[in-house]
Design a protein around this ligand. Structure first.
Ligand code: AMW
Length: 152
């Protein structure tokens, strides 16, 4: 695996920390909270209803595995798990993706503000290459998560 497709983006293998038969999980170039990652189907379909039942099953099993990993290894006590399905719901990349966000006490003054952040963090007027993390930083995070998966 050299690159994977995520909508219009080509994702380097270094940013991917888990691949299954039908899904993959990768680190985020502009995380809303530390450890905010994405779980995607390998097939680049736009909407949740476009997935076949075996893809839904694999996507959610993978999201569950990733959720367990993040909560344990990033000292989170809860998780926000979300799909922005369609442009009016805040979807910017036309490829289904499950956001998994580790949560900790007091991370937002108003708990549900995370949804506002999720909605706006990658909107065109908020997003620019200068706000993205470096390839090296993303590769280091993915490598750490890969190691944690290998040695639970
Ligand atoms: W959506 O607003 O479509 O629900 O979320 C898209 C997510 O994908 C955002 O969290 C954004 O930061 C992330 N993202 C977009 N492009 C890339 C990329 N090339 N590599 C990693 N994350 C990306």
């Amino acid at each position: 695996m050299l690159t994977l497709r995520f909508g219009q983006h080509l994702i380097k293998a270094s940013a991917v920390f888990l691949q299954t038969e039908l899904s993959f999980a990768m680190v985020n170039r502009k995380p809303v909270v530390p450890g905010h990652v994405l779980v995607c189907p390998l097939r680049p379909v736009e909407r949740f209803v476009d997935l076949q039942p075996d893809e839904v099953s694999d996507l959610f099993s993978t999201a569950q595995r990733v959720a367990q990993l993040l909560e344990k290894h990033l000292n989170a006590t809860s998780l926000t798990i979300a799909i922005q399905d369609g442009p009016e719901a805040g979807q910017t990349v036309k490829h289904v993706h499950v956001h998994v966000l580790p949560r900790r006490a007091g991370d937002f003054q108003r708990n549900d503000s995370i949804y506002d952040e999720l909605h706006k963090h990658d909107r065109e007027d908020e997003d620019s290459p200068s706000k993205w993390r470096s390839e090296e930083e993303m590769a280091a995070e993915a490598s750490d998560l890969r190691k944690q998966l290998e040695n639970p």
